[in-house]
Design a binder for this molecule. Sequence first.
Ligand code: THU
Length: 125
Amino acid sequence: MERIRALLKAHVERAYAPYSGFPVAALVEAEGEVFLGVNVENAAYPLSQCAERNAVAAMVLAGKRRIARVHIYSPKGPISPCGGCRQVLMEFGGPGVEVVLHGPEGYETWTLGDLLPRAFGPEDL
Ligand code: THU
């Protein structure tokens, strides 16, 4: 866990968050590998992309699709993923995905099923 926390703290510096001033880093553990993402904002605000979704995109590009655990880091203290990111994470791991919310001083662990109960998913189609 200390290695993951060090990766998150190092990479959050690369977030592009000039509008919100709220940098976020995410790390997805999937099929024995890790994938990082940071939030990338845009002058056209709705085009901003969350850290979690950028980490998921890196994972998919690498050919992995099964998330075991996701870590989210904010220098301002632990934050919970937004609703849209919960849905995207659910797509690639289901309710058993561990969601670790990190701040500078520590972390707390949830499951995706706790954060997004009774989710809509591929099995509903
Ligand atoms: N943000 C994330 O990247 N992940 C989250 O879980 C919550 C919010 C970003 C979006 C935006 O760039 C900034 O944080 C403020 O909302």
